[in-house]
Design a protein around this ligand. Structure first.
Ligand SMILES: [Zn+2]
Length: 237
């Protein structure tokens, strides 16, 4: 087989490999993205659960303070009526303490309302997060499964193409192969063009008769404009 035919064959194999790699390319990224989302959701869930614990403790503390103050107020009110107060000074001091405790209760009751709202919101969010996490884990599992089945589906084909490729390149001169690689990358995977009506089939540039003849004789010929390997089908002969 001529070098030109080897290059055409190599080109075909490379394009098939490119398609396979493209097919496999998207899924690992998607799986990675889902894994990151899963991590983030798990971390946020842990934070929310910590906050919920703290809020529950704060609620208890507030409730205790309110109960204690309420008790103090009641005791003081009893003293006001049981005749244990004898001077105006004592009376004023007692009223002041009662006011102080009343303010404290009112302040703590407001705090308590906010804390209870926070607890409510957190509990709902945690529930939602847990359900989202379940969905995400299921989604991740199914994507991984799809990836693995696609992988096994094409891995045989990929292996045989890679084997074919390594067999082909054994027959191609290193410098020509290097040139092919450069053109392949520079021309986005279209490194070979057929000569059609004495023109390059890819860029449309005129190919001189001398080069067309060389191509017909299966010599390695490049397009003077785009640099691609050009070949002439035998059928036009
Ligand atoms: Zn060209």
């Amino acid at each position: 087989m001529s070098v030109v035919d080897q290059i055409i064959l190599l080109h075909d194999v490379d394009n098939k490999l490119f398609e396979i790699n493209k097919l496999l390319g998207g899924l690992p990224g998607q799986v990675e993205e889902l894994t990151t989302q899963e991590e983030n959701l798990k971390n946020s869930l842990v934070e929310k659960e910590e906050l919920l614990k703290k809020t529950t403790v704060d609620i208890e503390t507030s409730e205790n303070i309110i109960a204690t103050s309420q008790e103090k107020i009641n005791t003081l009110k009893d003293k006001l009526t049981d005749g244990s107060i004898s001077t105006n000074k004592e009376y004023d001091a007692m009223m002041e303490t009662i006011d102080y405790e009343k303010n404290l209760v009112s302040e703590k009751e407001t705090e308590l309302l906010t804390l209870m709202e926070t607890k409510d919101t957190l509990s709902k969010e945690i529930e939602e997060d847990k359900s989202n996490l379940d969905t995400l884990i299921q989604d991740l599992a199914s994507k991984k499964e799809t990836l693995e089945s696609k992988l096994s589906e094409v891995s045989d084909e990929k292996n045989s193409l890679e084997e074919e490729r390594s067999n082909i390149i054994k027959n191609i001169d290193d410098s020509i192969l290097a040139q092919y690689q450069t053109i392949y990358e520079a021309r986005n995977g279209v490194a070979v063009a057929e000569i059609l009506d004495d023109s390059c089939g890819e860029c449309g540039s005129f190919i001189p008769a001398q080069l067309v003849n060389e191509a017909l004789a299966k010599q390695v010929v490049f397009c003077g404009n785009c640099g691609r390997f050009v070949y002439q089908s035998n059928s036009e002969n």
